[in-house]
Design a protein around this ligand. Structure first.
Ligand code: G3I
Length: 392
């Protein structure tokens, strides 16, 4: 009996060893393939040189475009050099926190009928002082809502709350805002609804009409601002991004057919090379479909996450630059695109350091300037895309 047991367990052991070896080979070959795929993202012959000593905003302006970025009051107030870099490169600005209901160290809406404009006013003054076109971000979003929101808002008071918010905030800055992201990230096909709408507190308390309502209220409060719908996950050749493009397009068509005062689509443009495949034809078609509705397009929050890229900085920076140039040269071919903003200007102040850190703990490098505000290849790539863009 013992003998049989020994033989069987020896056979099992050898079998398990064989299976382990086979599965390790599969894993190793997958890692190698992935490594090769990522290396292939860089073409060593490609160069990112730029001609002329011009800033990004000057290169954009030569094509009838704007270039901008985001930051916060606390960061700008504490970093004169960073503020100077923004003023040098940008013609457009969007606050990262101050126009949201609450974010970071700022709360615009401390209570159901309370407003605190201290930080938002500072941002509006900063933009006016430096002649930066100001974007408002954002009036209706399922994130960045204050704690009291969940306990207080219901079907009876939601419309009054939204109306009061939009009338008060939008009127206060009327005449100072280039464009509002009226509604942010309202599409999520994974939530399983036929209309593709994300299930949010706004949808639950106001019904499907809340998007149209928000646009109408904003247009009434500031008839001159351009009104945008803003979303992410629209860029790549994946079934998920394809579903999102389709649902966003349907939403825009529905709004246009109801004469909702909407003027544009904000495409956030948070890119992830090494994770997803890019197909310029599919993106170009989507942009053309949006433009055919008579809408403008802004790339509102571009950055290039490097958490799937190798640690080597030279290689990483080349892949990031190529990602910027390939994406921007595709989108800028569409003349309905009127502006490009990156979600930050320097690697030192990117949300990605906290939200998508690298597993090797190396500092992330997703933006045009490095930690010390020196230009990177990504800066050149953006400059080249502006230089090669058609005039609009
Ligand atoms: O500063 C505190 C920190 O002390 C604390 O340890 C940490 C814990 O989570 O929170 C920190 O503040 C957070 C801040 O980001 C800094 O990381 C805030 O809670 C958080 O509200 C804030 O997140 C912002 C986020 O939107 C939500 O408002 C990000 O700064 C901002 O970059 C991000 O921006 C969004 C766009 O609005 C919409 N599209 C996606 C984009 C990136 O997520």
């Amino acid at each position: 009996m013992n003998q049989i047991f020994k033989l069987t367990s020896r056979r099992n052991f050898l079998f398990a060893l064989g299976a382990l070896a086979a599965s390790s080979t599969v894993v190793i070959s997958r890692i190698l393939e992935r490594h090769q795929d990522i290396e292939a993202l860089d073409n060593p012959q490609r160069n990112f040189t730029v001609t002329q000593e011009l800033s990004l905003k000057q290169r954009a302006a030569a094509k009838g475009l704007f270039y901008g970025t985001t930051s916060t009051k606390s960061l700008l107030a504490a970093n004169p050099a960073y503020m100077a870099a923004i003023v040098e490169n940008c013609s457009m600005f969007v606050p990262e926190w101050e126009f949201k209901w609450t974010a970071g160290d700022t709360t615009l809406r401390p209570g159901f009928d309370k407003f605190d404009f201290t930080a938002a006013d500072w941002i509006a003054d900063f933009a006016a002082t430096h002649k930066l076109l100001l974007r408002g971000h954002t009036l209706v979003w399922h994130e960045s809502l204050p704690k009291w929101f969940k306990d207080t808002v219901n079907r009876e008071n939601a419309q009054q709350l939204l109306q009061n918010h939009i009338q008060t905030v939008v009127k206060r800055y009327a005449g100072k805002i280039h464009s509002w992201d009226v509604v942010n990230e309202a599409i999520e096909p994974d939530d399983g609804r036929d209309d593709g709408l994300r299930i949010t507190p706004w949808l639950e308390s106001l019904g499907t009409n809340y998007i149209d309502l928000a646009f109408r209220l904003t247009a009434e409060a500031d008839p001159k601002a351009l009104l945008f719908y803003n979303d992410y996950g629209l860029d790549y050749d994946t079934p998920k991004h394809e579903a999102k493009r389709t649902a966003v397009l349907k939403l825009l068509e529905r709004l246009k057919s109801k004469d909702t005062p909407i003027h544009g689509l904000g495409i956030q443009g948070h890119l992830s090379p090494g994770k997803y495949k890019f197909n310029s034809q599919k993106l170009r078609q989507f942009l053309a479909d949006v433009a055919s509705l008579g809408l403008k397009i802004i790339i509102t929050e571009m950055d290039v996450a490097d958490n799937y890229l190798p640690q080597d900085i030279t290689l990483r920076d080349r892949i990031i630059a190529a990602t910027y140039e390939d994406y921007l040269s595709t989108v800028l071919d569409e003349t309905a695109v009127i502006a490009v903003l990156t979600w930050g200007l320097s690697d030192r102040y990117s949300w990605l350091g906290e939200f998508k850190p690298r597993s090797d703990k190396a500092a992330v490098r997703p933006l045009p300037l490095d930690q010390k505000l020196r230009r990177k290849l990504a800066w050149n790539a953006i400059a080249r895309a502006f230089d090669n863009a058609p005039i609009r």
